[in-house]
Design a protein around this ligand. Structure first.
Ligand code: NAI
Ligand SMILES: O=C1O[C@H](COP(=O)(O)O)[C@@H](O)[C@H](O)[C@H]1O
Length: 247
């Protein structure tokens, strides 16, 4: 069944991957502070995610929110992640609860757990013959302030789920690139997420039933240090791509 979905950060790369394959699958309302550069499905709201009134207006009649908007730079400074990622995400959750939204899908990141990649474990953990695996039950362990902001977003989701019953799934996205995995970058190949698998994963986040979840958003790469079992089991994620096919 088509659902009414608000997609924040719609003008970015992840938004592009989602809309490129799911434009006709749901009723979209798109939000970004940057206006669209080409034709988009549904209504496009140009607004900042920290603008409480605009976000509340955009939330009206929505079943599911996919929240992508934010500063995606691993090296982003504190003032930016505090405003765009933490304050912006709290604005989204609060408005979602007040509007009676059913589910919020939060774009978390591999950087929420980046500090597990210690000098002792790397680069071996990026390789097929190493069995080191994170599965989403571990505590966050960010390696930068951007990662801290993603851990904060996951915790905001925990609160809004526990306190208000909102269904929340945090997708710790790996490395999204179009067409092929990153070249000459072992870490990026181990956490590659293809555009096709990205769209499918977020589609499953829209359709599946869950309470509060943390899943990893990567393709079915031979090389991986993130488990995709939880995404398979809870969401019905069935990835079709594998960075090893591009070696
Ligand atoms: N691309 C990737 O491989 C990964 C992305 N992510 C997360 O996914 C989300 C989307 O990332 P990308 O599409 O790659 O980034 P992007 O920079 O291509 O897109 C982000 C979009 O959000 C918008 N935006 C930023 N701050 C905003 C604000 N305050 N109000 C309204 N709109 C705002 C930007 O205008 C942009 O269109 C981010 O939250 C990022 O942290 C997480 C892990 C990996
Ligand atoms: O969270 C993110 O992660 C990806 C991959 O991280 P990197 O350290 O391998 O670059 C990054 O490309 C993306 O911009 C960021 O939002």
């Amino acid at each position: 069944m088509a659902q009414s979905v608000l997609l924040t950060g719609a003008a970015g790369r992840v938004g592009d991957a989602i809309l490129g394959r799911l434009a006709d699958e749901h009723e979209w309302r798109l939000l970004d502070r940057d206006p669209p550069t080409d034709e988009q499905p549904g209504e496009f709201v140009v607004a900042d995610i920290t603008d409480d009134e605009a976000v509340r207006e955009a939330m009206d009649g929505v079943d599911v929110v996919i929240h992508l908007a934010g500063d995606p730079r691993p090296e982003a400074p504190w003032d930016s992640v505090l405003t765009n990622n933490i304050d912006g995400t709290q604005t989204v959750f609060e408005a979602a609860v007040d509007a009676g939204v059913e589910k919020v899908v939060f774009a978390s990141s591999n950087h929420a757990v980046g500090a597990f990649e210690t000098d002792e474990r790397t680069p071996e953990m990026y390789r097929t013959d190493d069995d080191y695996l994170l599965d989403g039950t571990e505590l966050p362990r960010p390696g930068n302030l951007y990662g801290v902001s993603k851990a904060a977003g996951e915790t905001l989701g925990r609160y809004y789920h526990d306190e208000y019953g909102l269904s929340v799934v945090n997708v710790r996205i790996g490395n999204l690139t179009e067409g092929h995995p990153p070249i000459d970058y072992e870490r990026g190949q181990a956490m590659w997420l293809s555009y096709r698998d990205c769209a499918h994963l977020f589609d499953r986040c829209i359709r599946a039933d869950y309470g509060y979840e943390i899943v990893y958003g990567i393709s079915d790469n031979d090389r991986k240090y993130y488990s995709i079992d939880r995404a398979r089991d809870v969401l019905g994620y069935e990835p079709r791509d594998n960075s090893a096919d591009h070696d």
